[in-house]
Design a protein around this ligand. Structure first.
Ligand SMILES: Cc1ncc(COP(=O)(O)O)c(C=O)c1O
Length: 345
């Protein structure tokens, strides 16, 4: 009998994986030189050789993405909305002068990197998933400020557990006004490395005060809610799903998907400027993103005041319904009516 190699899994403790890098067999690389991208090449090397004068090292000419693959009950590998990540990477690249990576190249990378690391795709029902991290960097030597002459596009995949310990359990957040994450006309709406380096101080500021999550207001007026450091903000008021509209937040694919699901569930959806002064009127709050999925936020501290959402202990009913519907779609347990799953065959 021929064994199906794809079904043989690596001996990992799937239910206790953290959201960290876990070694897999290979990653895929494409090089941009002389005006075009190379054909991708699967490599086992986990390190990237770089010239010390590469612009990604000095000037942060770097963009990245994050998406997930899941195993379905019948053993298929499905990736959640990869074309959306490809389009967002294209927008990030355009903003910082990195040559376009076509959807075709992006999907080729997704397909090949998942297929080559199939044994690390967490088994259905474990709550773990395969996190896929595409990144593109400006390489080649250059000292003066300007775009690189060469680029490297890498995609790796790694099995991960929930982003916050405990998974779908409420967390406390702090609104940080001491640091800004993104400037009004900066790159807050792009997934580029510099945003995240700029967010480290704010994140540490929150952690030092006992808040695992920090929330930013708009940098210009400190009046409107922008987003959390690694996820979008959503609030539920009555039967309405409310999420900020802002030029300096990352357009989250999870948020977009949840807005569609909210409508499917008969909710109203409002995407508009959200005043921080509205906090007291919200029934439920969540942090949404690929890594966080929806993390319920039960407390927010803002200007010496504490705001509590739901019963303060458990995830509220609307966020629970949204979470369940999204995660069931992602693992193929609910009809994929919006055609969000991309199967790797
Ligand atoms: C700053 C920021 N906001 C929001 C998100 C959520 O976006 P997505 O749902 O596409 O993962 C992320 C994660 O990618 C992020 O880094």
């Amino acid at each position: 009998m021929v064994m199906n190699m794809k079904k043989t899994k690596a001996p990992l403790d799937w239910k206790n994986l953290s959201f960290e890098y876990n070694k897999t067999d290979c990653n895929i690389r494409y090089y941009w030189k002389d005006g075009k991208w190379s054909d991708g090449e699967l490599v086992t090397d986990e390190s990237v050789p770089l010239h010390m004068a590469a612009p990604c090292l000095h000037y942060g000419q770097e963009a990245f993405e994050g998406l997930k693959a899941f195993e379905t009950k019948d053993g298929r590998a499905v990736v959640f909305r990869p074309v959306e990540n490809s389009r967002r990477l294209q927008r990030s690249c355009e903003r910082i002068f990195i040559p376009l990576i076509s959807d075709e190249i992006f999907l080729d990378a997704v397909r090949r990197v998942v297929d080559a690391n199939w044994k690390y795709l967490p088994p259905y029902g474990t709550g773990a998933s395969m996190y896929i991290r595409p990144l593109v960097i400006g390489t080649g030597a250059r000292v003066g400020l300007g775009p690189a002459s060469e680029y490297l596009f890498v995609m790796f995949a790694t099995p991960v557990g929930p982003y916050y310990k405990g998974g779908f359990k409420p967390v406390k957040a702090l609104i940080v006004e001491e640091f800004d994450r993104a400037a009004p006309q900066g790159v807050g709406d792009c997934k580029v490395g510099g945003n995240y380096a700029a967010g480290l101080s704010g994140a540490q500021f929150g952690k030092d005060r006992g808040y695992p999550v920090v929330l930013y207001l708009d940098s210009r007026e400190k009046r409107y809610i922008d987003e959390f450091s690694t996820s979008n903000f959503i609030a539920i008021r009555g039967n309405t799903y409310i999420t900020p509209k802002s030029n300096s937040i990352l357009p989250s694919i999870t948020n977009d998907s949840l807005s569609v699901i909210a409508r499917d569930l008969g909710m109203e959806v409002e995407r508009r400027q959200v005043e921080a002064s509205e906090l007291a009127s919200f029934d439920e709050v969540g942090a949404v993103g690929t890594a966080a999925v929806i993390t319920p936020v039960n407390h927010i501290r803002f200007r010496e005041r504490d705001y509590t959402f739901g019963d303060g202990e458990n995830a509220g009913p609307a966020i629970t319904r949204l979470y369940e519907r999204l995660t069931r779609i992602q693992t193929g347990d609910y009809e994929d009516a919006h055609r969000w799953l991309y199967e790797v065959k």
